[in-house]
Design a protein around this ligand. Structure first.
Ligand SMILES: NC(=O)c1ccc[n+]([C@@H]2O[C@H](COP(=O)([O-])OP(=O)(O)OC[C@H]3O[C@@H](n4cnc5c(N)ncnc54)[C@H](O)[C@@H]3O)[C@@H](O)[C@H]2O)c1
Length: 415
């Protein structure tokens, strides 16, 4: 089998498929990534060097950027990026991956799209490209399906194997082929009636989180104005055993999913129906403004000490977009850092996990030490990695703005 894209999503699938006994070509156009994998090195948190080395040692895992290695495939999984470009879905990676696969499509093979995208992509974008230039027809001669990835980087409990996997196909035979493949990789598959429904299910999951995070973010802003502790409010509400799901506020949303996927949905609703998906618009608006709100809170903190942001030394705790991850794609912490830098702050940051290429210019990565914290005019907690020395920070709580409710000391200024 072949997997196009060896990133956060494609690499874990490749490693799991090798473990399940498949011969796997991990195809990626990024040659440096392929070279790294070939030398047994990972670049994502959830897969270790040992995992990659073990896969290579079986002789059944071939990281490659040579499209000739795709020939003769029986199953292909497409796990390539789906970013936004000027607010609209950019499906060029899916188009390119489908074009690359097309010459290798054979009778009886199965192509599965895993990238998150808007409903209709599998049938309208992938199928015509796989059929182009050949006589084989999707459904009649080969199978095509969609199965969204639900990977949650850094999650110690739910991984690829024990997270139920939605599967779908353009017809019954395709659904059976996709189900058969993923049943060998994961404990539970969830068949869905069609590819559009499966595509939309993934967008619903992420839009649900996006909207609920926006709800508690807006609540946090109003609670601060009202002098009410939002964290106690949420904990109290979460004691209800039904009809409530706990979400917590923070400096905004990041990663490859929440800042992007809901906009795929609203874009398609606008394109097809000429309507605005209001929940998505509002959630985008609130979550996008959270970094500005954090900067405002940091400014008033310094103001209370008769200090300006300009020239103040600010220590940021965490730059990644989520706890215990080194991923800072679209991280709101990076936006906060840039805004504070624009205002003239002298910035240093503690993040034991961050991939250094994400660290913005003008921000110095430092260790979390007594001296570092003591010399900061303000500490701003943006990401609550377990590896940070929280006890040390609690000693300086009066000078800490905690956007994650990680500090237990009452003196900490919490979001
Ligand atoms: N990261 C997550 O937590 C997550 C979770 C669920 C779903 N997704 C979705 O999965 C998809 C992939 O995301 P990701 O995080 O793995 O992205 P990524 O950037 O980590 O990896 C994508 C890889 O695809 C490669 N690529 C690009 N074009 C290619 C082509 N034509 N052929 C072969 N390889 C190609 C890139 O070089 C890159 O290595 C996206 O649609 C994303 O929304 C991501």
């Amino acid at each position: 089998m072949v997997i196009l894209g060896q990133g956060y999503v494609g690499l874990p699938v490749a490693i799991r498929a090798v473990q399940a006994g498949f011969d796997v070509v991990g195809f990626d156009i990024a040659k440096d990534r392929v070279e790294r994998l070939r030398s047994g090195k990972t670049f994502i948190d959830d897969i270790s060097d040992d995992d990659v080395a073990a896969a290579l040692a079986t002789g059944r895992y071939l990281p490659s950027s040579d499209s000739d290695d795709l020939s003769g495939f029986d199953i292909a999984v497409i796990s390539v990026p789906t970013p936004l470009r000027d607010g609209a879905p950019d499906l060029s990676y899916i188009e390119q991956a489908s074009n690359t696969l097309a010459p290798h499509v054979r009778r009886g093979c199965c192509v599965i799209l895993e990238s998150t995208t808007y409903p209709g992509t599998t049938e309208e974008i992938v199928v015509p490209r796989l059929e182009a230039g050949g006589s084989l027809r999707a459904g009649t001669d080969f199978h095509v399906g969609f199965s969204p990835e639900r990977i949650n980087p850094g999650d110690p409990i739910y991984g690829l194997r024990n997270t139920p996997k939605i599967v779908s196909g353009i017809d019954k035979a395709s659904l059976a082929a996709v189900t058969d493949f993923f049943s060998q990789l994961v404990d539970e598959v969830v068949p869905v009636s069609g590819t559009r429904e499966a595509e939309l299910a993934k967008l619903l999951e992420n839009t649900f989180r996006h909207v609920n995070i926006a709800l508690v973010n807006e609540l946090a802003i109003y609670c601060h104005g009202l002098g009410i502790d939002v964290w106690s409010v949420i904990d109290a509400a979460a004691s209800k055993p039904f009809g409530f799901m706990k979400f917590t506020p923070g400096p905004g949303v990041g990663g490859h999913c929440l800042p992007i996927d809901p906009s795929y949905l609203s874009w398609q609703v606008r394109r097809s129906l000429g309507q605005n998906f209001r929940f998505v618009e509002i959630a985008n608006d609130i979550n996008d403004h959270m970094p500005d709100y954090v900067v405002r809170r940091a400014t008033s903190h310094l103001n209370a000490e008769r200090k300006a942001v300009n020239g103040s030394r600010i220590l940021l705790i965490g730059l990644a977009y989520k706890r215990n991850s080194g991923d800072a794609r679209q991280s709101p912490a990076i936006t906060v850092a840039r805004r504070l830098a624009d205002l003239g702050a002298r910035l240093r940051a503690v993040d034991p996990l961050i991939d250094p290429h994400y660290v913005p210019a003008g921000v110095e990565l430092v260790e979390c030490s007594d001296a570092e914290v003591a010399s900061a005019d303000l500490v701003v907690v943006l990401t609550d990695h377990d590896q940070v020395d929280w006890t040390l920070l609690e000693r300086y709580a009066e000078r800490v703005l905690d956007t994650r409710n990680r500090l237990r000391s009452p003196a900490a200024d919490r979001l």
